[in-house]
Design a protein around this ligand. Structure first.
Ligand SMILES: *[C@@H]1O[C@H](CO)[C@@H](O)[C@H](O)[C@H]1NC(C)=O
Ligand SMILES: *[C@@H]1O[C@H](CO)[C@@H](O)[C@H](O)[C@H]1NC(C)=O
Ligand SMILES: *[C@@H]1O[C@H](CO)[C@@H](O)[C@H](O)[C@H]1NC(C)=O
Ligand SMILES: *[C@@H]1O[C@H](CO)[C@@H](O)[C@H](O)[C@H]1NC(C)=O
Ligand SMILES: *[C@@H]1O[C@H](CO)[C@@H](O)[C@H](O)[C@H]1NC(C)=O
Ligand SMILES: [Cu+2]
Length: 549
């Protein structure tokens, strides 16, 4: 069934797909993006990381070798649908074993949709140590719906930046029992294109009369970012690899993991340079009413018309006119959006202390705890039992069946907003309640032209409803993309059409070897029990066995 889907994807790409190959040797290097040197995780001896670039329909092959010596790793291709290739998605314990030091793991998948993406470690909260980079999938020649509407293209990444490494932050802040507020660690620095203003000012060369397409990726661990340009308006054309009807904006807000593309038209004259500002919203200690913005860190860049003119003074604003992405209209509307919803899955989301006083996050009262066997490998090896959620253990499992139109009702009971990302799919955003409007399980109508993306902000004390069609058998995580909330457990696992997974997905021998290299089980239920799949003896539970990094 899915094999044919994968073939369809290949056929739709025209059959002339190229193979794009990367060899990534992941290891520690020194870097000082904010002027303070530290150990960061680089690729092939370098940091910042390379941009992965491909064209729609290409087969992307990335050979990853772990040279870190002291940590396991892995890469997730954020936003790539992995149609028929759930085993290439990247989350450790979700769809593969973590890659231990010294091991090699090959990712091999087809990119089926143009847009702006990023790749990052999905192992042990690792990406704030630097293991995150942009990824671009371009349209084939002449297929870009906005072709002819811009002359040049730029890429901007925005990110918060920490000076301590992730294991230290997890130990001293995230899991610290004195942190009764479950406050996140606050970053001391912020970066555009992996540099703070203390190190280098980002300049985008602008020529009068030209139009520029600018892609932005927020690769932060915690900070949302407002981006705006002095005296230049944006025409937004893409969110999270979904083209949208061109929409004018003065300011846009990107949560961690969100992406935007927009077109900016240069001025007619080149007599001065114009600042642009990335305002990092840290929402300190989650005490402010969301979405009041924290303004703790600003980074300034320049639209550089005249290299002999000075770098512009920072631009500030007191008037917030942030584009509401809820009103954006997708350019391409899938056929299934007319279909009624088949299943509604409500999820209550919250943060707090568990019964042992340890900070945790909860989906319907339970933190996600990774299991001994990667969830996908359990689905592959569970035979007739694969639709029984019990066998997957404490990963907040939800089974959805072939072809179902599924609605997640995301009830955020917490006082801060949380950006939720779903692997393997774009989803419609049917509803997004205002901050502090309260949660609700009442049914909603989903407009045909509802906004489509892969990461949505769920406002504080409020409900967001998202919808997708189960047309991609696999194991897909649904989780908060504030990276510090991942180890706390703010993740659910969607096991989509597990019998089709068994029929179509064959785990490559090399992936199994990576498990064997560290004596991790790769068959059976969550605990690795093959005889009696409902016997969860030995499975991981919070908090004693939980991942602390
Ligand atoms: C791993 O090695 C790096 C580079 O030497 C070092 O900065 C880091 O502290 C080490 N991490 C652990 C957990 O030992
Ligand atoms: C936990 O947090 C408290 C208060 O900030 C701090 O004094 C203590 O050192 C922290 N514990 C650890 C293990 O870092
Ligand atoms: C950051 O930018 C905001 C918005 O322009 C401004 O209100 C705030 O004062 C700036 N903060 C700093 C520290 O410059
Ligand atoms: C959540 O919102 C509802 C509706 O506005 C309000 O009645 C309630 O007090 C809010 N809860 C909290 C904890 O703020
Ligand atoms: C399998 O394990 C479950 C849970 O421990 C138990 O209730 C059940 O009786 C076992 N089934 C068999 C056939 O042993
Ligand atoms: Cu969160």
């Amino acid at each position: 069934m899915i094999k044919s889907l994968a073939l369809l994807a290949a056929a739709a790409s025209g059959g002339l797909a190229a193979v794009v190959k990367y060899d990534f040797d992941i290891g520690w290097v020194k870097a000082a993006p904010d002027g303070v040197e530290r150990d960061v995780i680089g690729i092939n001896g370098k940091w910042p990381l390379p941009t992965v670039e491909a064209t729609v329909g290409d087969r992307v092959i990335v050979n990853v070798h772990n040279s870190l010596g002291n940590q396991s790793t892995g890469l997730h291709w954020h936003g790539i649908h992995q149609l028929g290739t759930s085993h290439m998605d990247g989350p450790a314990h979700g769809t593969q074993c973590p890659i231990p030091p010294g091991s090699t793991f090959t990712y091999d998948f087809i990119v089926d949709q143009a847009g702006t993406y990023w790749y990052h470690s999905h192992t042990g909260s690792q990406y704030p140590d630097g293991l995150r980079g942009p990824m671009i999938v371009r349209d084939k020649l002449l297929e870009d719906p906005y072709k002819g509407e811009y002359d040049e293209e730029y890429l901007l990444t925005v990110s918060d930046w920490y000076r301590q490494d992730v294991p230290t932050i997890l130990r001293t802040v995230v899991f610290n029992t004195s942190n009764t507020n479950v406050a996140p660690p606050l970053p001391p620095s912020a970066l555009i294109n992996d540099a703070s203003n203390a190190v280098v000012n980002t300049e985008l060369k602008f020529v009068p009369g030209k139009k520029y397409k600018i892609r932005v990726v927020n690769m932060a661990a915690l900070a949302g970012v407002v981006l705006f340009f002095d005296q230049h308006k944006m025409q937004v054309i893409e969110i999270d690899a979904a083209y949208v009807e061109k929409t004018e904006a003065e300011q846009i807000y990107l949560s961690p993991a969100q992406r935007y593309s927009f077109i900016i038209e240069a001025k007619d004259t080149a007599d001065k340079n114009y600042a642009f500002s990335a305002v990092f919203d840290l929402n300190p200690n989650f005490q402010r009413p969301v979405p009041t913005i924290g303004f703790n860190l600003n980074v300034t860049g320049s639209l550089q018309y005249d290299s002999s003119a000075p770098f512009p003074a920072p631009v500030t604003t007191q008037s917030w006119k942030i584009l509401d992405d809820f009103n954006l209209k997708p350019l391409k509307i899938d056929d299934w959006v007319d279909s009624p919803t088949d299943v509604v899955i409500p999820m209550d989301l919250n943060l707090g202390l568990d019964e042992w006083g340890v900070p945790r996050a909860f989906v319907n009262g339970k933190p996600y705890v990774h299991q001994k066997v990667p969830t996908l490998y359990t689905a592959v090896s569970a035979g007739d039992e694969a639709e029984n959620p019990v066998i997957y253990g404490d990963v907040n499992p939800f089974i959805v069946k072939e072809g179902q139109v599924v609605e997640f009702v995301l009830n955020n009971l917490h006082r801060a907003n949380h950006p939720f990302h779903f692997h393997g799919h774009h989803f419609q955003v049917c509803k997004r309640g205002a901050p502090n409007s309260g949660v609700s399980n009442s049914p909603v109508d989903c407009s045909e032209s509802a906004m489509v993306r892969d990461t949505v902000i769920v406002n504080a004390n409020s409900t967001a409803v998202i919808r997708f069609k189960a047309d991609n058998p696999g194991v897909w995580l649904l989780h908060c993309h504030l990276e510090w909330h991942v180890p706390l457990g703010l993740t659910a696992t969607i096991i989509e059409d597990p019998f089709a997974i068994q029929d179509t997905i064959e785990i490559p021998r090399q992936h199994i070897e990576v498990c064997k290299a560290q004596c991790m089980p790769y068959e059976g239920n969550a605990a690795g029990n093959k005889q009696n799949l409902t016997d969860l003896t030995g499975a991981n539970h919070p908090p004693e066995d939980a991942d602390h990094g």
